[in-house]
Design a protein around this ligand. Structure first.
Ligand SMILES: Cc1ncc(COP(=O)(O)O)c(C=O)c1O
Length: 405
């Protein structure tokens, strides 16, 4: 008797929700290939690319023919030192380069941080709506994700009261805070971050602070944020937090796959050991080139890109009512506009159906909210204004006409 062959199949932990935005992006590519003029406002990617000095440094590195071998697991010393120095420029924080870990994008940082800080079964809190990768990585690592419903009332950010309520079912091991946040763009100010850090200290909870949108901020347009124009770094408040950041957004280097972490003393060695096993090192050419990201000229260029985001943000907020959607919170930072669909919801039933029809009929790509909020994201959409004011102005015209028709 022959035995029926059995294949093992994927693990239970790999069952994470796919991103709806990836389907939208695939469809954008198909429509563009067929000649449609699509305005794509779904991806969180600055279109301008890396600062000139970084691109030039990369070209020199490749032209030199030098062997691009593995680097130290935590990154090249020169880059770690530049990252540490950046903290004294933007914040009042003195960072020891030995506590900087360069990572494969902030995404690579999350995996290392969560592995180093949490055990399977640990309860880790985060805001809903929020960036879906936190939830999905934690779930795949066997942690229990405690989603905190954060509405417009707390500007979509957690508060000590909400954390007290979230710990009623069991103690928390971690809290992830993103400021500016994706998808809402809202920020916590110094007092709010201090209160959250104190709550974490009192309750023995590890704070993970996602600061990848720092610098992509609009202090002139959000006066309440003017005191800390780049954002507040969690280490200004408590250096037992894990700070996670990236070259992807302010520096426009998404595809270079480079980010970093500031690590509490006790996590440096574990992260070093994990990083050496998981990826050996972050991409070497990107590391050498990224040293130039901290030149004055590079900051100047990036601030120029942020000024264009600010103009686009203003255009969007000034014309927000023309979109025919519902409530939204003006973003303090990042380049996202998160809105309830309001009257469009009655007509379309869900943000997924609305976004699909908008793409097919009006050739405007936005992101349905389900990626960021699996409970009520079907009512909301995220529009990324990273593509700039010309694209957004065109999208507003098309959306207005689409809603009428
Ligand atoms: C809040 C937030 N954190 C982290 C990331 C990951 O960025 P990267 O891995 O390119 O640094 C993103 C990407 O959009 C994001 O929105």
């Amino acid at each position: 008797m022959t035995e029926t062959p059995r294949t093992p199949g994927p693990s239970r932990r790999s069952r994470v929700a796919p991103f709806e935005v990836m389907d939208v992006l695939d469809r954008v590519a198909v429509l563009r290939a067929a000649g449609r003029d699509v305005v794509s406002l779904c991806a969180g990617e600055p279109s301008g690319g890396a600062p000139t000095l970084v691109s030039e440094a990369a070209a020199r590195i490749h032209a030199s023919g030098r062997a691009l071998t593995y680097t130290s697991a935590l990154g090249i010393h020169e880059l770690r030192a530049e990252i540490a120095a950046h903290y004294s420029r933007w914040y009042a924080v003195d960072v020891d380069p030995a506590r900087v870990a360069v990572t494969t994008g902030s995404s690579g940082g999350f995996v290392l941080a969560f592995l180093a800080a949490f055990d399977p079964g640990d309860r880790v809190a985060l805001a809903r709506p929020g960036y879906p990768a936190y939830r999905n990585i934690l779930t795949a690592l066997g942690c229990e994700v405690v989603e905190i419903d954060c509405g417009a009332g707390t500007r979509f950010q957690p508060t000590p009261d909400l954390l007290d309520a979230a710990s009623a079912d069991g103690p928390l091991a971690g809290l992830i805070v993103a400021s500016p946040a994706n998808p809402t763009g809202t920020m916590v100010d110094r007092a709010e971050l201090t209160a959250l850090a104190q709550w974490c200290r009192t309750n023995g909870v590890r704070l993970v602070s996602d600061e990848i949108y720092h610098g992509v901020t609009y202090p002139e347009q959000s006066p309440a944020r003017a005191a800390d124009p780049r954002g507040v770094c969690a280490w200004e408040v408590d250096d037992t937090a894990i700070v996670i950041s990236s070259f992807s957004k302010y520096w426009g280097m998404t595809g270079w796959r480079l980010g970093w972490m500031l690590l509490p003393d006790d996590l440096v060695r574990p992260v070093d050991a994990l990083a050496g096993n998981v990826a050996l090192c972050p991409p070497a050419p990107a590391q050498y080139a990224a040293v130039s990201a901290f030149a004055q000229e590079s900051y100047h260029e990036c601030d120029g890109a942020v000024a264009e985001f600010a103009r686009t943000r203003k255009l969007l907020l000034d014309n927000g009512s023309r979109l025919g959607w519902g409530e939204s919170a003006p973003p303090d930072g990042a380049f996202y506009y998160w809105a309830d669909l309001g009257p469009q919801l009655e007509r379309w039933g869900s943000s997924g159906d609305y976004a699909r029809a908008l793409l097919e009929e009006a050739a405007v790509a936005i992101t349905p909210g389900g990626d960021f909020d699996d409970r009520s994201g079907g009512h909301s959409v995220r529009l990324s204004f990273a593509a700039g004011s010309t694209a957004v102005a065109e999208a507003i015209e098309r959306i207005e006409a689409f809603n009428r028709g």
